[in-house]
Write a protein that binds this ligand. Structure first.
Ligand code: GRG
Length: 312
């Protein structure tokens, strides 16, 4: 990521983010996350399943979900060590959702993160199992590897994440998305449902699980949840815009797929300019939720701005 953040203060009581160097922060966090992910899965017999899991898990990506989890845990007064296993688990779950999403039965994509998709390299059977393996291991990893956190918080994290991933979250969003394919009359309400679940639920869980691990109050969890839901929707709106305006090289995946598939997108409802305006408004609302957290909120504020500034 190369974005040098040029943020603006939202209100007088929110600290200015103009001096916060987001690219350095993200680069440092990516190193921490990459190293933890690399160590999280060893290749043992039967080798090919572990190789397939590692192929997608270590294929790059922004590592946004783990970084959000670490940043939120620290915002509330926790440490990187407390949140690192959950941060890795979030990336394992995100990666498995991408592997399954790319399958011929779903989006049928050949490229992801600039590389051939898992099923293109290992075959559909192993790709399905690699996704299953990553999903199960994510929960095992939180339960077995979290240190220095009271057990009741770990239990809450596992419950929150389980809900975010299942039929009440990602899976439900994906089902409605598949049902809506090729339907030009999808309502804005349905589109919002799809993205609040398919993309928003895991981003929300990334933030809220970081907060839970650090022992955040209910009120702070609610505010951080609202922050995450707003940036989640903004993230998707920007994704839809980039699908139209960015190249395959910039995206690291097939560009223009939404148009090709006649998919309902935010630009198809609002056009590109209004979509960008809506995304900016959501980012402003998200940052307002951080009011009162002080300087520790700078990473989350800058990440919110980064979502609308990104080009891939
Ligand atoms: C979760 C049990 C379970 C099954 C999967 C396939 C499926 C159900 C859900 C689809 C979820 C999906 C693919 C949502 C899209 C999320 C999204 C916006 C991905 C792109 O995220 P980035 O930009 O990607 O963070 P990188 O590569 O940077 O990590």
């Amino acid at each position: 990521m190369t974005t040098q953040h040029q943020g603006t203060a939202v209100t007088d009581s929110i600290p200015s983010v103009s001096t916060f160097d987001l690219s350095t922060y993200l680069a440092q966090r990516q190193v921490t996350v990459e190293s933890a992910l690399d160590q999280s899965i060893a290749i043992v017999y039967p080798d090919k399943i572990y190789e397939s899991m590692r192929y997608s898990l270590l294929a790059g990506g922004k590592r946004l979900r783990p970084i959000l989890c670490l940043a939120t845990c620290e915002l509330v007064g926790g440490t990187t060590e407390m949140a690192l296993p959950t941060a890795c688990a979030l990336e394992m779950i995100h990666t498995m959702s991408l592997i399954h999403d790319d399958l011929p039965a779903m989006d049928n994509d050949d490229y992801r993160r600039g590389k051939l998709t898992n099923h293109k390299v290992y075959g559909e059977d192993i790709a399905i199992l690699a996704g299953d393996g990553l999903l199960a291991y994510a929960f095992e990893f939180i339960a077995a590897q979290t240190r220095g956190v009271p057990a009741d918080r770990v239990l809450k994290v596992i419950a929150h994440l389980g809900k975010a991933v299942g039929a009440a979250g990602l899976v439900g969003g994906q089902v409605v998305d598949l049902d809506s394919e090729g339907n030009p009359n999808v309502s804005l309400e349905t589109l919002n449902f799809i993205h609040r679940h398919k993309t928003g639920a895991l981003l929300e869980a990334s933030v809220v699980c970081g907060a839970i691990l650090a022992g955040a109050s209910e009120l702070d969890q609610q505010r951080l949840s609202a922050y995450a839901q707003d940036i989640g929707l903004a993230f998707q709106i920007v994704d839809d815009v980039l699908d139209i305006t960015a190249t395959q090289e910039e995206l690291g995946k097939t560009a223009g797929k939404d148009l090709q598939a006649q998919k309902a997108t935010y630009p198809s409802f609002w056009g590109i300019d209004e979509s960008k305006r809506q995304a900016n408004q959501l980012v402003t609302d998200a940052k307002a939720q951080l009011e009162g957290f002080g300087d520790k909120a700078l990473p989350l504020m800058a990440i919110a701005d980064f979502i609308t500034a990104r080009t891939h």
